[in-house]
Design a protein around this ligand. Structure first.
Ligand SMILES: [Fe+2]
Ligand SMILES: [Fe+2]
Length: 184
């Protein structure tokens, strides 16, 4: 697998967790039970893996390399994608704050939790679709072996978010959530 392949593999895991987040918060909105700890696991994934590793590796390693290989010299697409990472962090924070209010006993935020989750998931799904497109571009195919190795190493170490976070564990967690939601 190339570094690009690894990032695309992570995209499929991210999508599984976004599906799980939407499904779980829909149950929250409707007053139905959600398996204990499921939403906390999804938040942890989004914060530590999506934000802490995946987005950081794109911003710090891949995007500059794509720009160097001609995906517009002014990096406009990369600037937009990086801004979406920032928006994702802000959405996630709002969502976690709303969910914390629910856990603290404020039943009035059930709908807000689901709306915020839907906005977060929708924005990131569009973001991922754009990236999948760019990741198949000629610029992405033009990465040198050294650039690809640097990208792969960072992805597999999964350590840029402040310490190793077990990439395989996060991918397995996404598979578990995908399977669990399929039974709901
Ligand atoms: Fe991204
Ligand atoms: Fe991505």
């Amino acid at each position: 697998m190339t570094g690009i392949d690894l990032l695309m593999e992570e995209h499929r895991a991210l999508e599984a967790m976004l599906d799980a987040l939407e499904a779980a918060t829909k149950r929250v909105r409707d007053g139905e039970n959600v398996p204990a700890g499921a939403i906390e696991e999804i938040f942890n994934f989004c914060k530590r893996f999506t934000d802490g590793c995946h987005h950081v590796n794109e911003e710090q390693i891949l995007f500059p390399a794509l720009a160097a290989h001609g995906l517009t010299p002014d990096m406009t697409p990369m600037t937009v994608l990086a801004a979406q990472h920032e928006s994702g962090r802000a959405f996630l924070e709002d969502l976690q704050n709303a969910y914390a209010r629910l856990v603290a006993g404020d039943d009035s935020v059930r709908k807000e939790v689901h709306v915020l989750a839907r906005e977060y998931a929708g924005m990131l799904r569009e973001h991922i679709a754009i990236e999948d497109h760019y990741f198949r571009s000629p610029a992405a195919q033009a990465l040198t072996p050294a650039e690809d190795e640097r990208l792969q190493t960072a992805i597999l170490e999964c350590a840029r978010g402040g310490g190793p976070c077990g990439r395989r564990d996060f991918l397995d967690l996404a598979t578990r959530h995908r399977n669990a939601v399929a039974t709901w």
